[in-house]
Write a protein that binds this ligand. Structure first.
Ligand SMILES: Cc1ncc(COP(=O)(O)O)c(C=O)c1O
Length: 391
């Protein structure tokens, strides 16, 4: 029998947003097609300028996706075989594969409890004590789920240990950090290079793939621009070997429309995070799970809303229970990168990164997108409450 109280609550829904943007998007797409200028046209240029202005950064270079943005960034810093790069094992695969694709070796460092960003104390410890410390060229921190890593400390680490920083801000576009001087900077803009992804689920999502590299360094900007077009500064004249990784003109046109809405989207996500917190507190769910704090100062832009279960044996049961009740969830990430088959040769073993390993068993991402409705969040909180009543 059909349960008439059952609601369908997707983890993410692009169609609700499209309803509002449809007219604009179709008009802009038509203009691109009519112009016949479908590769690296005026929209790519304009978008690069507009987003550089938004982020208060000197250069923004569009590329095909966030994974390429990372790979090109590592390349642009001349990191290659024999070099080492510190990063987190609790992230999307591309953060670490970008290092290996350039011939270098990742050194994983565990994450902090609660927000799962790279543990900067451990980073410093590795920079001081690793047997190959002279060969460590860079650190790639990830502003995971949209929570900003301490940017001021990253800058200090870079200066103190003379290492490059490539910020993986794929999930955190629009998030900020407040310096002691009360100056405010955007995640992604402090490192030598910063990267973003416009994968459709991201806070600024395209209708396909897209990525961006930003920098304040003129030389690196030129290098990155060259690397995205097969290493050529002039068509068919190649200074070095690069790749084909251009931001699509149609996607750039769409991103220009959405960039105007980005602050509005972020405000809405922050509001959803507050709703979740209020609901979980009201239902006393903190007995069973930890959930992200509510920050209205943009130090978290809630790309994902990830809860941590106190009892890890219940995670998959809760996910299934929510699914039975029409609610979508996801696990970011079910296996730390240090335990991935393809990184076996790095020699890591189970137990090396306890916080990562625990998080891969007891975290669960709940529905989070700007158009998520309050009644859907209420329903979700009721179903979680019901789960704990039954168990
Ligand atoms: C942390 C992180 N880095 C890199 C990427 C790669 O971005 P893309 O999917 O655009 O290649 C993603 C996207 O999922 C990500 O979440």
């Amino acid at each position: 029998m059909k349960d008439k109280n059952k609601m369908e609550v997707p983890l993410f829904d692009l169609t609700r947003q499209y309803e509002k943007l449809r007219k604009d998007v179709l008009k802009k797409m038509d203009a691109v097609f009519t112009s016949g200028n479908v590769i690296m046209g005026s929209n790519v240029k304009a978008f690069e300028m507009e987003i550089a202005k938004y982020l208060n950064v000197k250069h923004a270079v569009g590329v095909a996706n966030g994974s390429d943005a990372l790979r090109i960034s590592v390349h642009a810093l001349d990191i290659h075989e024999g070099d080492y790069v510190i990063t987190t094992p609790y992230t999307f695969f591309a953060t670490a594969s970008s290092i290996v694709l350039n011939g270098a070796t990742p050194i994983f460092v565990d994450v902090e409890e609660k927000y799962y960003n790279i543990n900067l104390n451990e980073v410093e410890n590795v920079l001081q004590t690793h047997p190959k410390k002279e060969k460590i060229k860079a650190v790639i921190p990830v502003h995971l789920f949209g929570k900003t890593v301490d940017l001021e400390r990253l800058e200090n680490i870079s200066k103190k240990y003379k290492v490059y920083i490539i910020e993986d801000a794929a999930q955190s576009l629009g998030s900020v950090w407040y310096y002691n001087t009360s100056e405010k900077k955007f995640s992604g803009t402090v490192g030598d290079l910063g990267i973003y992804s416009f994968f459709p689920t991201k806070n600024l999502g395209a209708y396909g793939d897209g990525g961006l590299i930003v920098t304040n360094n003129d030389r690196l900007a030129d290098r990155v621009r060259k690397l995205r077009v097969h290493g050529a500064t002039k068509k068919y004249f190649h200074d070095e070997i690069g790749v084909n990784s251009r931001l699509d003109e149609v996607q750039a046109a769409i991103l220009r429309i959405k960039l105007k809405e980005l602050d509005n989207y972020i405000e809405k996500r922050i509001k959803k995070a507050k709703n979740y917190k209020d609901l979980f507190e009201e239902k006393k769910l903190y007995k069973y799970l930890d959930f992200p704090e509510y920050f209205d100062d943009r130090t978290h832009v809630y790309h994902q809303y990830v809860i941590t279960l106190k009892n890890s044996t219940e995670r998959d049961k809760l996910a299934n229970f929510l699914k039975e009740h029409g609610i979508g969830t996801s696990i970011y990430y079910p296996l730390g990168l240090h335990m991935q088959k393809c990184f076996k040769n790095l020699g890591y073993k189970q137990g090396d990164f306890p916080v990562t390993e625990q998080a891969s068993k007891n975290t669960l991402a709940l529905p989070m997108f700007p158009e998520l409705m309050k009644k859907e969040q209420q329903y979700l909180a009721e179903i979680i409450k019901k789960f704990y009543k039954n168990h």
